[in-house]
Structures are given as structure tokens and as C-alpha cells.
Design a binder for this molecule. Structure first.
Ligand code: UGA
Length: 448
């Protein structure tokens, strides 16, 4: 069966490439001509490890192709996977316009029975709404095909997307049992390797996706909340984390305190879940707290600098290492660094910024404020600017592995504000940094 994947963004492209890798005949369709032109030239429009080589490999094998021609794609395919974006509207609601536009296009052009598989993150009940779209359009067309609508949420992380798809913890399929049998066959190469399929009602599958992201975000906000207590009582959040991780009921994942979560998923999905809850008259205290703690945490860097310099940040020369919302991506959406930069610019600081891959994306977000911002090509270049302070906003490996002795040499008495706890406290003490602030650990200026 031919599989069409609509939307060539993170989820769509990775899904298309991985399904091709699993041996399927896949076409990736997107209405953005520049994006498809790049893909046809063998280039990958997003920064994602392993993806560029996989795209080329699968195109050369003839299992993957790209198009802007939605009509022909719809005619040819039996499986229609919707993987378009669902960004956040001003009121927190998920914007489903792209998902519905694709569904409508499929309904208007389909010429045979098939399956619609929703990969996009969509609120509970979206599958029902898509069924209604099909029903209405088939009525107007005065012809009808059997189209089963299935929810198959995606759990891949940016930066690990190909791995997360091919070695998923589980595959969630929501829909009528007969329809799920076909989807199970598609995933057979993965299930044969032991990846479990969990079948459920479609609404449960839709909710599972939001619940998973909210659960992960809650763990991060929980640790960030504990980090404030940890600093005040002179404990060490990294030791607390190890103590918690060893409890099998808790486990080690997503317990790193830091300057908050960002990206295109957690912030928007928490908002969307709040919106859904409010519409159902359900209390949102927990979701609000997750969000509130995260917003507060993004101000942590500015607060440490305010304390250190007693509020006088005007004309202070501050280096910022890391701009992307996390390592392994050039994605700047909801990155914590954006809040750090905004706050420091408001207070009149001069910034020297470096990220291994996200500078082009970051530049587009600060076109009007550039006179106080200098973009650097390396850590070394940042350190040549006689800094008053150095900030780490993203835990890229090259920052973690950078010799502390060299940082100490360049900073002299200036503080290092480590928003991602990249360094071991003993190593910082050994390097004799004069001031080191990290999340949930007592500042080292008082110890030295
Ligand atoms: C997240 C989920 O992890 C995926 O399972 C999901 O498929 C995806 O959203 C989505 O809905 O599409 P992603 O946004 O790529 O994936 O990034 P994560 O690795 O989850 O990190 C999110 C944020 O949490 C980052 O800013 C990261 O720095 C932060 N984080 C993560 C912490 O602050 N502490 C941690 O312990 C872990």
C-alpha cells in the first residue's frame, strides 16, 4: 500500500523517511514549494541528526519521493498520514486549520477506500471532527468511500527524532479494531523487533499524547520547584536528582533542573490542555503551576545577574553560550535563551552570543535589536570580549567539555552563570572560578 505523509516538518519528514526505511512506498507532500524544492535537490530543510543521510538513502532506493501535488498524491495513496503543525492560538487553543485543510483536500479528492492517520498533536475529539468533514464532503460529492480515521500520536524528540521513531518505547494506535489491524501491519518491522503496540479508543490515543507531554513537563517544573528549596537550604539539586532517580517508581528521565523547558511542544501542549480543561469546566491548578514555574525559571539567569551586580546591568558585557531550546537542534521556538536575552537587553547589557547551530535561526528573531548583540563563531571568540559575566543557556556537549581552566583565565573575577548545571561543583572549585551560580546549588562565590 502506498503511504502519503502530508506535512514535511519535523514529524512529517521523519515519519516519511522512517516508514520508507521500514520498506514502505512513501510520498511526502507539502504545500510549501521551497521546502519541497530543497528536498528534491537532496537537501534537508531542518537540522536533525541522521535525517539528511536517511532521506538521500531512501530516495535513491526509490522508496521515498516528494511533491507539492496533493491531488495526485491523494489519488495514489491508500494510507493518508496527517503530520501538519498545530501551533498555539492566542487563547492557548491548538490551531487545527492545517490539519482540517488537509483532511478536506483528502475528502474532496479521494477515489478509493483508505485510512486517515492523525500524527499531528490534536485535541481530543479531532478524529470525530475529521470524520464529520469526510461525511459532509462525501454527501456533497454524492459518492462515498470507506475511510477509517485513526489516531497514531508521535513521541519523537527533536535531535533524536530518527532514533525515537525506529526505536520507539511504544506505538499508540487509537480507533476501531478493524482499522487498527492495517496500521499494525505497517508497523510490523518495528513490532517484530519487540516494540509494543498499544491499541485503544481514538479519544484515548489523542489524550495520551497530551498527557505524556504534560507529565514530562510536570517532572521538569517539579524539579525546578525543588531547586529553589535546595539553594535556600544549602542542598545540591544534582544529589537530590540522583537520589530520586534510583527509585524505580520515579526513574531518571526528565528530572534535570535548569532554566525551563522550551521548544514547539511542551509550552503549546500545556496551553492546549489548559484550554481543553477550561472548556470542560475542569480545574487547571496543576497545569497552571507547571506553566507558571517554567516561566519563573526562565528569569533565573537575569535574577542571578541582578543579585551579583546589585541591579547595575547597564553596559555590562555578557557572553551567552547556547541559544537553541535544547542541544541537538537549531530550533529557537520558546527557547529559554530568548527570555534571558530580552531581560538583559531591557537592562542595557551588551551581549556576545554563540550557539553551534542556532545562530541563523536566532538572528531572524532579533533583527531590530542587533546593535547590542554580537554574534560569535566560537566559545573562544565569546571569551575574547573581556566579559563581565558568562551565561550557559543550552547544555551543548562542547560547552560541557570546554576546559574550565580556560574559562577561569578569560573571566578572571567575572561570574559564570550556569543555567543547565553543566559542571560538577568539585571541578569548578578545582578550577578556582571566582563566582559560579548554578540551578539548585549554592553559589560558589560564598564557598571560595
Ligand atoms: C517533546 C517530547 O519529549 C517528545 O516525546 C514529543 O514527541 C515532542 O515533545 C512533541 O510533542 O512533538 P522535544 O520538544 O523535542 O520533545 O524536546 P524534549 O527533549 O522533550 O525537551 C523539551 C524541553 O525540556 C527542552 O527545553 C529541554 O531543555 C527541557 N528539559 C528536558 C529540561 O529542562 N529538563 C529535563 O530533564 C529534560
Amino acid at each position: 500500500m502506498k503511504i502519503a505523509v502530508y506535512g514535511a516538518g519535523y514529524v512529517g519528514l521523519v515519519t516519511a523517511a522512517c516508514l520508507a526505511k521500514m520498506g514502505h512506498d512513501v510520498i511526502s507532500a507539502d504545500i510549501n514549494p521551497e521546502r519541497i524544492a530543497l528536498l528534491l535537490q537532496g537537501e534537508c530543510p531542518i537540522y536533525e541528526a541522521m535525517l539528511p543521510a536517511l532521506l538521500i538513502e531512501q530516495c535513491e532506493l526509490g522508496r521515498l519521493s516528494f511533491t507539492t501535488n496533493l491531488q495526485d498524491t491523494i489519488h495514489d495513496a491508500q494510507i493518508h498520514m496527517i503530520a501538519t503543525g498545530t501551533p498555539c492560538l492566542a487563547n492557548g487553543q491548538a490551531d487545527l486549520s492545517q490539519v482540517f485543510a488537509v483532511a478536506q483536500c483528502i475528502a474532496e479528492n479521494i477515489k478509493q477506500d483508505g485510512f486517515v492517520v492523525i500524527k499531528s498533536t490534536v485535541p481530543v475529539g479531532t478524529g470525530d471532527r475529521i470524520e464529520n468533514i469526510f461525511s459532509e464532503i462525501f454527501n456533497a460529492r454524492k459518492e462515498r468511500f470507506e475511510v477509517a480515521v485513526v489516531s497514531n500520536p508521535e513521541f519523537l524528540r527533536e535531535g533524536n527524532a530518527v532514533h525515537d521513531f525506529l526505536y520507539a518505547d511504544r506505538i499508540i494506535l487509537g480507533g476501531e479494531p478493524d482499522a487498527l489491524l492495517c496500521l499494525e501491519q505497517i508497523y510490523q518491522p518495528l513490532t517484530a523487533e519487540g516494540i509494543p503496540v498499544i491499541k485503544m479508543q481514538r479519544r484515548s490515543a489523542e489524550l495520551t499524547k497530551y498527557a505524556a507531554n504534560a507529565m514530562l513537563a510536570s517532572r521538569i517544573s517539579f524539579m525546578n520547584q525543588i531547586s529553589w528549596i535546595s539553594t535556600k537550604v544549602d542542598a545540591d539539586i544534582e544529589e537530590v536528582r540522583k537520589g530520586l532517580s534510583a527509585d524505580k517508581r520515579i526513574g531518571p528521565a526528565f528530572l534535570h533542573a535548569g532554566i525551563g523547558y522550551g521548544g514547539s511542544c511542551f509550552p503549546k501542549d500545556i496551553q492546549a490542555l489548559m484550554h481543553t480543561s477550561k472548556a470542560l469546566d475542569i480545574d487547571v491548578t496543576l497545569l497552571e503551576a507547571i506553566d507558571h514555574i517554567n516561566m519563573r525559571q526562565k528569569n533565573w539567569v537575569a535574577e542571578q545577574l541582578m543579585t551579583h551586580f546589585k541591579g547595575a546591568l547597564k553596559d555590562k558585557r555578557i557572553g551567552i553560550l547556547g541559544l537553541a531550546f535544547k542541544p541537538g537542534t537549531d530550533d529557537m521556538r520558546e527557547a529559554s535563551s530568548l527570555v534571558v536575552i530580552e531581560r538583559l537587553l531591557e537592562m542595557g547589557s551588551e551581549l556576545f552570543l554563540y550557539d553551534p547551530v542556532a545562530i541563523p535561526a536566532a538572528k531572524t528573531m532579533f533583527t531590530e535589536k542587533s546593535e547590542k548583540m554580537s554574534w560569535c563563531a566560537s566559545i573562544d571568540e565569546v571569551l575574547t570580549h573581556r566579559l563581565d559575566a558568562l551565561v550557559i543557556a543550552t547544555e551543548w556537549p562542547e560547552f560541557k567539555n570546554y576546559p574550565l581552566a580556560l574559562i577561569r583565565q578569560s573571566l578572571e573575577d567575572a561570574p559564570l552563570i550556569d543555567g543547565r548545571n553543566c559542571f560538577d561543583l568539585e571541578a569548578v572549585k578545582a578550577a578556582k572560578l571566582s563566582s559560579y551560580y548554578s540551578v539548585g546549588r549554592i553559589p560558589l562565590r560564598e564557598v571560595i
